[in-house]
Write a protein that binds this ligand. Structure first.
Ligand code: HEC
Ligand code: HEC
Ligand code: HEC
Ligand code: HEC
Ligand code: HEC
Length: 284
């Protein structure tokens, strides 16, 4: 009899335990904010903001970061969680590109890594409209209507208003070692060049980075300290297997004969990023 009571008590305890465990898992968690439908009164203001002229050309071209941030402060204020919902600590979950020699500080959001980290502020001067180019009010997907962008147009901007091929690819493309006459990828051969791109680039393609969104001088200084800084934007964080077909800006002592691969290259960077003096036709 004692044993039977013991067994019943044990089973009851286990069942109760299970019920409590499941209930705790089903209960709403403080960390997740429940959805609240916006009030009807807010609707006109919301639509006015969505169709703000700042989301379209031409206003977006001259928009300042402060104008965008007056509504979108979340893009620079939001921070990553300390831990994933499953409890994995953020600081212990670094991806390969967060183990590069130039990576510093805790994990951070995409926007903050491009606008606010010490490395970003030293080497670059990106603005909202460097990347965000505004909506096409008619159709943002290629080939969807007769007058939409053609199917083979690769400016896949959609609602984020960013064309990855003309922004991200410039700094996150593969390292084009073949064009440089190197025997293989930089990781494998950098020791032979003292991990220094300037071994060659003190004399080759020396007219570079004189653009509004890059800090040319600081980049050269960082490159003198280590090739890791240069490699960071030219293969070290490549999300692509292709590399960007850079403009081939003429440089002093440039050889007269042009390599085959360079035949279709522009000789000047995208006009919208040229510094005023260069845009007037002067040499940077
Ligand atoms: C008057 C306030 C306001 C201003 C100013 C403003 N936005 Fe917006 N923006 C909005 C609202 C509201 C939405 C719609 C958000 C939603 O529905 O989730 C939006 C949407 C967006 C989106 C798409 C978001 C998504 O999740 O698809 C991007 C990108 C964006 N804005 C960028 C910008 C940029 C860049 C600027 C400055 C040139 C700017 N906005 C200026 C209010 C504003
Ligand atoms: C380096 C390029 C780049 C810069 C600079 C940039 N953005 Fe973005 N932004 C993007 C991309 C790409 C996305 C889409 C990200 C995604 O879908 O996760 C995005 C997404 C957004 C969104 C949608 C919400 C979100 O977080 O996904 C808003 C709003 C936005 N950006 C506003 C801004 C504002 C305001 C600035 C300037 C302070 C800015 N962006 C600077 C590339 C950029
Ligand atoms: C002008 C150069 C430049 C452009 C353009 C650029 N990036 Fe970056 N990106 C960087 C640099 C530099 C870092 C490293 C920043 C750091 O370590 O603080 C970085 C870091 C990143 C990271 C890693 C963030 C992390 O958590 O460590 C991602 C993801 C990324 N970029 C995606 C993009 C995408 C997507 C675009 C296009 C919308 C883009 N980048 C455009 C230079 C650029
Ligand atoms: C052995 C010499 C050598 C070394 C070392 C070298 N490069 Fe180059 N690089 C070249 C040559 C040669 C070219 C092509 C010049 C031309 O346009 O005719 C080139 C071209 C480039 C281009 C332009 C590619 C294009 O498609 O237009 C970039 C970007 C570049 N190098 C970056 C780097 C970086 C970053 C490093 C270090 C991580 C580096 N290079 C190391 C010789 C070198
Ligand atoms: C912050 C990111 C970044 C860093 C760091 C960086 N680059 Fe670049 N580099 C770029 C971008 C973006 C372009 C393309 C600019 C344009 O559109 O013309 C470029 C273009 C070039 C070009 C082609 C220039 C031309 O017009 O012919 C060469 C060569 C080059 N970089 C070499 C280097 C070397 C060497 C270093 C280190 C001293 C370096 N880069 C560091 C982002 C970077």
């Amino acid at each position: 009899m004692k044993q039977a009571i013991g067994a019943v008590v044990l089973v009851a305890a286990v069942v109760a335990g299970f019920i409590m465990w499941i209930a705790a898992d089903v209960a709403p968690r403080a960390a997740f904010i429940p959805y609240a439908a916006p009030s009807q009164k807010m609707e006109p203001d919301y639509l006015r903001a969505v169709y703000s002229p700042l989301h379209f050309q031409p206003a977006i071209r001259t928009a300042t970061d402060a104008q965008c941030l007056s509504c979108h402060s979340e893009v620079v204020e939001d921070r990553v969680r300390d831990a994933s919902p499953a409890g994995q600590k953020t600081e212990r979950m670094l991806a390969w590109y967060q183990r590069t020699p130039t990576y510093a500080g805790g994990q951070d959001t995409f926007h903050r890594r491009h606008l606010l980290t010490p490395l970003a502020k030293r080497l670059m001067h990106l603005q909202c409209n460097t990347c965000h180019q505004g909506h096409d009010p008619r159709e943002e997907a290629q080939g969807a209507t007769a007058d939409a962008a053609q199917q083979d147009d690769i400016s896949y901007t959609l609602r984020k208003q960013v064309n990855p091929e003309t922004t991200c690819l410039k700094c996150h493309g593969a390292f084009p070692w073949q064009l440089m006459g190197l025997p293989g990828p930089w990781e494998e051969h950098k020791a032979a060049f003292g991990n220094n791109c300037l071994t060659c680039h003190a004399a080759i393609r020396t007219q570079r980075h004189e653009l509004t969104y890059l800090n040319a001088e600081a980049i050269e200084q960082a490159g003198k300290d280590s090739g890791d800084a240069c490699h960071g934007c030219h293969g070290g964080r490549s999300w692509y297997r292709i590399s960007y077909p850079y403009a081939r800006t003429p440089w002093p002592g440039m050889p007269a004969d042009m390599p085959e691969w360079a035949k279709n290259r522009p000789t000047q960077s995208e006009a919208r990023f040229l510094k005023p003096v260069a845009a007037q036709g002067g040499k940077p």
